[in-house]
Design a binder for this molecule. Sequence first.
Ligand SMILES: NC(=O)c1ccc[n+]([C@@H]2O[C@H](COP(=O)([O-])OP(=O)(O)OC[C@H]3O[C@@H](n4cnc5c(N)ncnc54)[C@H](OP(=O)(O)O)[C@@H]3O)[C@@H](O)[C@H]2O)c1
Length: 301
Amino acid sequence: MQIAVTGANSSVGKVLLRHVAGQNDFLARAGVRTSEAVATLPRFATITPRVIRYDDRDSLTALLTGVRCLVHLAGILIETKHSNYQTANVDATRAVVDVCRDANVEHIVFISVLGADSHSGNRYYRSKGVAEQIVTQSGISATIIRTPILLGPGTAGARALVSMASRPTVKVLGGGRHALRPLDVDDLSDAILYSCRARADGVAVHELVGPEPTTHRDLITTTGRLMGHTVSVAAIPVWTAKLGSTLAGWTRRGGMTPTVIDVITANEVVRTNADADLGVSLTPLLVTLTKLLPEKTATSD
Ligand SMILES: NC(=O)c1ccc[n+]([C@@H]2O[C@H](COP(=O)([O-])OP(=O)(O)OC[C@H]3O[C@@H](n4cnc5c(N)ncnc54)[C@H](OP(=O)(O)O)[C@@H]3O)[C@@H](O)[C@H]2O)c1
């Protein structure tokens, strides 16, 4: 089956492409925005890189013509000078969905976030909620997968976790007492490929989280223990961090804003985990954390 992946150079995209390469019934077109990004993609005979622009319909048509399933991964949590929630999360989604319709793409898999809501007071959750609406109202069948913090090679969450767990003492927002349900990117990749194969009718919204509830604090101390040392976790009050980021926002755009702080300190809670519905056998958290240790990531590159 021919699929296309947008945001293929994202941390999720690179892992997903390795999973695609391990199947004998998948071919993938990997859509990225620059030739520099092409150079970062894993190289396999079944993966064809394509440079696309979300404001260039022809490039999206070339990506999507003949494709049965689109996996839309492009999206951001941290805004920059060059990318914001409107362009990355909303406009890019609208652009690919429009072209999917004309290209007769049969199914869309969209990676969203727990808490996505088009009416949210939080700009990030709102942008992901609006993107979900665009997918839902496209007239194309779709699987929307809302995810928690993702752990895998190169994910922002994993990089921050390993960096914090490498130190004897760290200060984290609110003492890291918020609840997390970290999901292994290998498991998310399995869910995505399952959804492409199933191409279920209609639109389904799933919440897929890891197998074990934990806290940010416990994640750091457990990862530290796996590295062979003890980490002491102290607290940065959330209000202080928000005040600091508000003041910093007067001179720079994006980065750590109060919006981002609210997202990364939110409790990740789900009513029903979609692992069974999405054909996923969840990786135990300790196994996921072990895969992130520096000696493991060095050998997997
Ligand atoms: N990581 C997590 O913990 C997490 C949690 C929940 C949901 N998600 C969602 O999962 C997806 C993949 O996440 P990730 O962490 O793997 O992403 P990532 O590594 O941060 O990569 C972001 C991707 O978005 C693209 N992008 C940035 N600005 C863009 C714009 N204005 N227009 C179009 N594309 C743009 C980037 O392309 P360039 O390299 O060209 O900038 C890159 O391909 C995202 O939709 C994200 O919201 C992630």
